[in-house]
Design a protein around this ligand. Structure first.
Ligand code: FES
Length: 63
């Protein structure tokens, strides 16, 4: 599924980039070689980025 239609950025690519790069949506887009156009995706992109970083910071439960 695409998070950003203007730049054809898939949610999966955004999640991967969020784990590898710092900053907000615009910074992560820049690392993907993109920049916002209409801006409609930015709020959702920020949520996805935060979600990924929180998942990184949360230790896995011991099995
Ligand atoms: S949908 Fe992402 S900039 Fe337009």
């Amino acid at each position: 599924m695409y998070t950003c239609i203007c730049n054809a950025i898939k949610e999966s690519d955004l999640r991967k980039a969020a784990r590898q790069h710092r900053g907000g949506a615009e910074s992560v887009y820049a690392k993907l070689g993109k920049r916002p156009n209409c801006g409609h995706c930015l709020e959702e992109a920020e949520d996805i980025i935060l979600e990924e970083r929180e998942a990184l910071a949360t230790p896995l439960a011991a099995a």
